[in-house]
Design a protein around this ligand. Sequence first.
Ligand code: AMP
Ligand code: TRP
Length: 330
Amino acid sequence: MTKTMITGVQPSGNFTLGNYIGAIKNFVKLQKEHNSFIFIADLHGLTSYQKPEDIKNRILDLAALYLACGVDPNYTNFFVQSDVNEHGTLGFLIAFQCRVGELSRMTQYKSKKEKQGKEGIDLGLLIYPTLMAADILLYDAEVVPVGMDQKQHIEMTRDLGERFNKRYGSTFKLPDYYIPEVGAKIMNLQNPTEKMSKSAPIDDKGTIFILDDINITKKKIMSAVTDNDNKIYFDEENKPGISNLISIYSAITNKTIKEVEGMFVDQNYGTLKKEIASELERFILPIQERYNNYRYSDNLYKILNKGAKEAEKYASKKLLEVREKLGIKY
Ligand code: AMP
Ligand code: TRP
């Protein structure tokens, strides 16, 4: 039977090459073989304060970008999370099945809480995984393409789904994460032991934003931090900068790490960087063009509305089943 696949991305920050390689690329590759859902996780985006006007624009920006990156509404139900009420409701019901302790031990919670400092509001961060579990369990999704940083959340989703099934009888299918072999974690070009993050400022020299001017992107590649060894091979521990560049090249050209190593055996770092810069140009320019076509077209709203209606058909059925199991459907 065709498996269901789902993934989501928050409308915060600016979409990076890391987001594309870690999440969207795989989704696009797999969308036709699955019953596919992809959504903009706007509720998750509310866990850090953003101006309402900004969040609204980012939802539309991201939607246009996803389509430009190859999400195909003919194969995929593409929607905004908050347009399907069942996500919030199931997230709430799942939170009732959790202990504070298990949620407060989650890696992302701990690191984000620290960053927010004393003034931060952290209940949203604490229950972030319960909403994410609801996103996945609502559709009986079994395949969840995400970057490495989300692995723990998928494991938590399995645990919570299993817990519910044990207490109330078989209700949810349990998901597996799908982490790409290459590019599971694209690193910052200036600081290659840190993840390339979309919350980086737009002028961050180590972060490639897909919608940035291509000349700026090329400059960022040319000034990426490397090492003094001047040999091109993959070794994340001792050569994090070069290994990251190899991963990027391999992901955008669909070549294996071995193939890339082979291509650049006798080359120097400058050649590798120039080659990546020109491949990136070839890869990014058409995305930017398609993005511009979608962003201000009515078609964008039509696609999102249709996706939400379709998603709701599945989600409402599942929520009804959950209510029945819980005894709150009379
Ligand atoms: P986020 O930007 O944290 O909302 O993440 C959206 C998706 O992109 C998630 O599946 C992440 O795991 C993935 N992702 C984000 N940054 C990277 C990165 N630097 N390398 C690989 N995947 C990433
Ligand atoms: N938490 C994910 C991230 O930051 C986004 C997300 C929300 C998600 N709900 C999801 C990803 C469900 C996969 C499935 O990247």
